[in-house]
Design a protein around this ligand. Structure first.
Ligand code: TTP
Ligand code: MG
Length: 407
């Protein structure tokens, strides 16, 4: 199969069956599981509401609480005003991770082709498992049943010929949903859905697209693709292909690494900016080193931050050229960090990821290669010494200075 983009909308592709699974109101459902007195009640997991004066946000809300208009990322004070009699609880990350691992383990019994996308969500490529396990709806029902029996939780599942459609399908009949999109019906399935359902179209892009007179995925599919590319750049082609039901992205357990990342979860939530900066510096060093060791470079640097209430955010920036430079990774990560509003909350986890990867043969010779050469040489020397004498043998002065200051 050729993975190259052809913009005629009729390209042939191998037949695949992809399942997308997403747990229902995950954190809140776990609370209702462990505390039976919460069942059937509005449960809000997140920051402390302190009689409506609390800072921070909602991590998630049970479906009973959603009837009051409460949703993830809403300020907790607002949630409290909407539902003062709700049950407000702090997140219990360890417990959620434990159940997440158990759920993913169940999925591995059905297919080795699993891509876990978040704590409660995964894609499975079951194309090769049909003979063994039955048709896709049977597999999906069995997965849901095993999760229910072994954990007591419900999941929603979408089945389709690609990831994009499967992801949309799993969301359509939540909670406890099972939506099957038969091959050949992809475009009809997408046609009347609002563009807000499109994976990847964020709050910034959506108004832009709406201004172009596009409000449904069907309208996007019918839009002049050349004009779309002119207005939205490369992303325009990507969206147009998705809107036409074309998505060849593999479930990445089968494909090469799409990103590399380093992150640190802290024992205690951290507020001190200097400590956080130093952690970022260490992460950038480790990530740069890992990239150089594998001879991989990347263009998109993503900062990941998890706050004390478990809300998790990412902020990305793409560099002009492919890079594996620790100092460029650090300076980019730092500027993303400095522009991020923590809403007064402490940080529980911080990390940096590199995506949009290239292998050496695809590397472009950068415009700024010359200016970069000193830090490149320094990176190289550090890598060599660390390789020979171990990771702790050498470190840049910034880390050392902070260590001496006892931070
Ligand atoms: P989601 O799957 O987005 O949400 P959900 O499982 O709570 O509800 P749904 O039935 O709609 O899938 O996220 C999974 C968990 O991740 C969620 O239970 C809590 C956490 N989370 C946050 O902490 N902050 C957020 O902004 C979001 C979206 C999720
Ligand atoms: Mg979910």
């Amino acid at each position: 199969m050729t993975q190259k983009a052809r913009a005629n909308g009729n390209e042939t592709k191998p037949f695949r069956i992809i399942i997308h699974l997403d747990m229902d109101a995950f954190f809140a459902a776990v609370e209702q599981l462990d505390f039976p007195q919460y069942r059937g009640k509005p449960v809000i997991v997140g920051a402390d509401p302190r009689e409506g004066q609390g800072r921070g946000v909602v991590s998630t809300a049970s479906y009973e609480a959603r009837k009051f208009g409460i949703h993830s990322a809403m300020p907790i004070s607002r949630a409290y005003r909407l539902c003062p009699n709700g049950i407000y609880v702090r997140p219990r990350g360890k417990r959620y991770s434990e159940l997440s691992r158990q759920i993913m383990q169940i999925l591995y019994d059905f297919s080795p082709g699993i891509e876990q996308v978040s704590i409660d969500e995964a894609f499975l490529d079951v194309t090769g498992c049909l003979k063994l396990l039955g048709d896709a709806p049977t597999i999906a029902r069995n997965i849901k049943q095993r999760i229910r029996q072994e954990t007591g939780l419900t999941a929603s599942v979408g089945i389709a010929s690609n990831k994009f459609i499967a992801k949309i399908a799993s969301d359509l009949e939540k909670p406890n949903g099972l939506v099957i999109v038969e091959p050949g019906t992809e475009k009809a399935f997408l046609k009347d859905l609002p563009i807000s359902k499109m994976w990847g179209i964020g709050k910034k892009t959506e108004p832009h697209i709406r201004k172009m007179g596009i409000s449904t995925i069907g309208q996007l599919a019918e839009y002049d693709v050349k004009l779309l590319v002119k207005k939205l750049g490369k992303a325009g082609m990507h969206y147009w292909r998705l809107a036409n039901g074309i998505d060849h992205r593999p479930v990445s357990a089968f494909g090469p690494a799409k990103s590399m990342s380093e992150e640190r979860t802290f024992e205690y939530d951290i507020d001190d900016v200097d400590i956080l900066k130093r952690k970022l510096f260490e992460i950038a060093e480790d990530l740069g080193c890992a990239l150089r060791r594998k001879h991989i470079k990347g263009k998109t640097i993503t900062l990941k931050i998890r706050l004390e209430d478990f809300s998790t955010f990412t902020r990305s920036h793409s560099t002009v050229d492919y890079t594996d430079s620790s100092s460029l990774i650090y300076s980019t990560g730092l500027s993303l960090f400095e522009n991020f509003d923590r809403m007064g909350m402490k940080v529980r986890l911080i990390g940096i990821g590199m995506s949009n990867l290239s292998h050496p043969e695809a590397e472009q010779i950068g415009l700024f290669e010359e200016d970069d050469s000193t830090s490149k040489k320094l990176d190289h020397v550090i890598d060599m010494i660390q390789e020979k004498f171990g990771h702790k043998a050498i470190t840049k002065a910034t880390i050392l200075r902070n260590k001496r200051n006892g931070k």
